[in-house]
Design a protein around this ligand. Structure first.
Ligand code: NAD
Ligand code: DAU
Length: 383
């Protein structure tokens, strides 16, 4: 069994869906269900006995401790975070609370659990029985402990999911970020993620906690909340609204299809060396304005405007993001060389799938836009 935090968000839900499709091993999902958490993303797992959803905060060390004691996972994959740069500029406090303080409490709970795990050599069993509070109705009581009996001190892993933004901004001709690039976070979001990375590193160095850290570039794909550039463009274009481009639109991001990020995390979890950092990216640097034109061209093809004009007519240049990082680029050679991971999608295939997913899932989009997704638990499960 594994414990996945932030599992109702964009990447976490893709990870859990892929995991359940590919593995027999059970998953406990822990998510606070902030505005970014959408249980509708996990609706297809409603009747899956190998998936347990628990609403809760990674900063609630007591709850996390009880979950660990009861289900005895062999790994924790930490996606939970406040993730939107613009929100961190308007209100940094939640970012400090979840990304730094929350990660600290999570690490403490995990450390206490890990220290009591049996070592495979001694065969000593631990006394980690515990009772979990109130898992949601997605939980199945029959699964308690399933897959967890084999968790040992040696095999346990804590995988921390982080971002390329901790490395700061690159000039046009600078080499891409390697794992040894200095940390130079520029936004409250990236500074809070950098702090969490340092805590994870320190727990390995000081306590020997078996950690892995991944730093990934910009993701895109299904279930992406439409506050982020690509889903915002698709949703606004179809609604006849402006397509807001910050500043001159020449900022560069390195885009990776979300399913490739998920496969990279599975690969690091399986084969990564303890205490190591792996950068994950798609070798896909694009200027924002090119992204906007690509999305418009795909929509022109797949869902032409009624008036026959291009969606690019809706492009509107707006005030730049304060402190806007100019360029991110990931050097993903280490994970390819050492673990054999490579992305499966090109940007062309991934962005087409993504636009098509939004066209095919208007119900999901409408629930997000109307706010109805927040009532999903009550609507679906009658709670
Ligand atoms: P998201 O905002 O879509 O999802 C975050 C999830 O975490 C939500 O479901 C939210 O409810 C949950 N959450 C927030 N605070 C919590 C708390 N205190 N306790 C438990 N759950 C909490 O984010 P995402 O885009 O899916 O990103 C997931 C992780 O990947 C983040 O750590 C982010 O920094 C990292 N990352 C994201 C990208 C990207 O392009 N989106 C790229 C690299 C790394
Ligand atoms: O690089 C990884 C990071 O990618 C993750 O760590 C973050 O969690 C994730 O949100 C993302 O951060 P960005 O700030 O790069 O993503 P966003 O989609 O917000 O913006 C992408 C680019 O598009 C960025 O240069 C800002 C610009 N932008 C964004 C929005 C929302 C616009 O021009 N207009 C917009 O309306």
């Amino acid at each position: 069994m594994i414990l996945v935090t932030g599992s109702a968000g964009f990447i976490g839900s893709n990870f859990v869906l892929d995991w359940c499709a590919q593995h027999d091993e059970a998953v406990i999902s822990l998510d606070k269900l902030t505005y970014a958490g959408n249980l509708e993303n996990l609706a297809s797992l409603k009747d899956n006995p190998r998936h347990i959803f628990v609403q809760g905060d990674i900063g609630d060390a007591e709850l996390v401790g009880k979950l660990l004691a009861q289900y005895r996972p062999r790994a924790v994959v930490n996606f939970a975070a406040e993730s939107h740069v613009d929100r961190s500029i308007h209100g940094p406090e939640d970012f400090i609370q979840t990304n730094i303080v929350g990660t600290f409490h999570l690490l403490e709970a995990v450390r206490a659990y890990w220290q009591k795990l049996p070592s495979p050599v001694s065969g000593i069993t631990s006394d980690l029985a515990g009772v979990v509070g109130q898992p949601s109705r997605m939980a199945s009581s029959s699964i308690r402990g399933a897959g967890g009996e084999g968790a040992t001190k040696t095999d346990f892993r804590f995988l921390h999911v982080s971002t390329d933004e901790v490395y700061g901004s690159l000039a046009k001709d600078e080499p891409a970020f390697s794992e040894t690039h200095r940390y130079e976070p520029n936004s409250p979001y990236s500074a809070s993620k950098a702090a969490s990375d340092h805590l994870v590193r320190a727990y390995h160095h000081t306590y020997g906690l078996p950690v892995l850290t991944t730093n990934c570039s910009n993701n895109y794909g299904p279930y992406h909340f439409p506050e982020k550039l690509i889903p915002l463009l698709i949703v606004n274009a179809l609604a006849g609204k402006a397509l807001p481009v910050y500043g001159d639109g020449q900022q560069i991001r390195d885009w990776l299809y979300v399913k490739d990020h998920c496969s990279a995390i599975r690969c690091v979890l399986e084969k990564g060396a303890l205490g190591e950092v792996y950068n994950i990216g798609g070798w896909n640097e694009k200027a924002n304005l090119d992204i906007v034109h690509t999305v418009c061209a795909l929509l022109d093809e797949l869902r032409p405007r009624a008036d026959g004009k291009s969606y690019s007519e809706q492009i509107t240049f707006v005030t730049d993001r304060p402190g806007h990082d100019r360029r991110y680029a990931i050097d993903a050679r280490k994970i390819e060389r050492e673990l054999g991971w490579k992305p499966a999608e090109t940007f062309e295939t991934g962005i087409r799938k993504t636009v098509q997913w939004y066209l095919d899932n208007q119900g999901w989009v409408n629930n997000v836009l109307s706010g109805n997704y927040r009532q999903w638990v009550a609507k679906q499960y009658g709670e």
